[in-house]
Design a protein around this ligand. Structure first.
Ligand SMILES: O=C(O)CCC(=O)C(=O)O
Length: 290
């Protein structure tokens, strides 16, 4: 993976809140990740560790529900190879204007044919447990996307509208666009421009933590799978008081520093990368042993 961000790409990111790429990972990696999704969504975890969040269970939920796993990298080192890649970190840090980038979390999406919408939201609104809340995310398609196929959809320029609260209904909302339209009204925007991302499998986009985005129903006959690496700056720390209901469980008492075992640094401009990462992604080390 080599991500060259041209000056034009950086300008587009700052103007629009996202920038699209035809290719972020190669076809072999797409094939590998699709295979890994079969295991992960069947509850088979390569490292033996469960992901931090799993919102769909094969024996419990309907097959046409949109499925999501958060922090698949902890459960599968093939997934880790992609979301913890130094190039993902370098690109996110460059776009975020940071000295380096850490993983905040990954998201693995599987939206089957007929699969439900994802409510429009701002990622950084969920991040009040860290300081600062800034994020840059790398969204990668694992299936060719087409309009009306439930691909991620960005509201151009909406990262400049200011901060809203978390969207009430993220999964399967009845009105996926409602909170976005409320925010547009507050910002004085009468016609928010929706851009549904159309890229080949392996392509994708980088998006700003405050851009409004979500996705519609998958009206096609093929699944829409994607993988997202959400990054924050390498200097990000825990908020001294605010609690993230899931991720504050990794905070050490009396210490606001983020532990690199759980929030590794992918890339920093002085050459630093969390020392265990390369051995982890090569499957030389795992969560057991020392
Ligand atoms: O892929 C989607 O439908 C939503 C993606 C998303 O919310 C994100 O990448 O932050």
């Amino acid at each position: 993976m080599l991500l060259n961000l041209s000056p034009q790409a950086i300008t587009n990111f700052h103007a629009d809140g996202f920038v699209a790429f035809e290719r972020i990972i190669d076809k072999d990696t797409v094939t590998l990740l699709r295979e890994r999704y079969d295991f992960l969504f069947a509850g088979v975890f390569e490292t033996g560790l469960e992901p931090d969040e799993v919102n769909w269970h094969q024996d419990r939920d309907s097959p046409d529900t949109t499925r999501q796993i958060c922090n698949g990298w902890k459960s599968d080192r093939y997934v880790a190879q992609v979301v913890l890649h130094s190039e993902v970190g370098r690109a996110c840090a460059t776009l975020g204007g940071w000295a380096g980038a850490r993983i905040n979390q990954d998201n693995l999406f599987w939206k089957p044919p007929g699969g439900s919408a994802v409510g429009f939201h701002q990622d950084s609104a969920y991040e009040h447990w860290v300081i600062p809340t800034d994020m840059v995310s790398c969204w990668i398609a694992l299936d060719d996307t087409e309009t009306n196929g439930g691909s991620v959809t960005y509201i151009r320029g909406s990262h400049k509208w200011g901060e809203s609260a978390v969207a009430e209904n993220f999964h399967a909302p009845r009105e996926p666009l409602r909170e976005m339209h409320d925010a547009a009204r507050r910002a004085g925007i009468t016609q928010p421009e929706q851009v549904e991302l159309v890229v080949p499998a392996g392509g994708g986009a980088f998006h700003h933590g405050w851009i409004w985005h979500g996705s519609g129903i998958n009206n096609r006959s093929i699944p829409r799978r994607s993988i997202v690496a959400h990054c924050m700056g390498s200097e990000t720390r825990y908020h001294p008081r605010n609690i993230g209901p899931i991720y504050s469980r990794y905070k050490r008492f009396g210490d606001e520093e983020m532990d690199e075992s759980f929030f590794p640094i992918l890339w920093r401009d002085d050459g630093y990368r969390s020392p265990h990462l390369d051995r982890y992604i090569k499957r030389e080390i795992g969560w057991g042993g020392s």
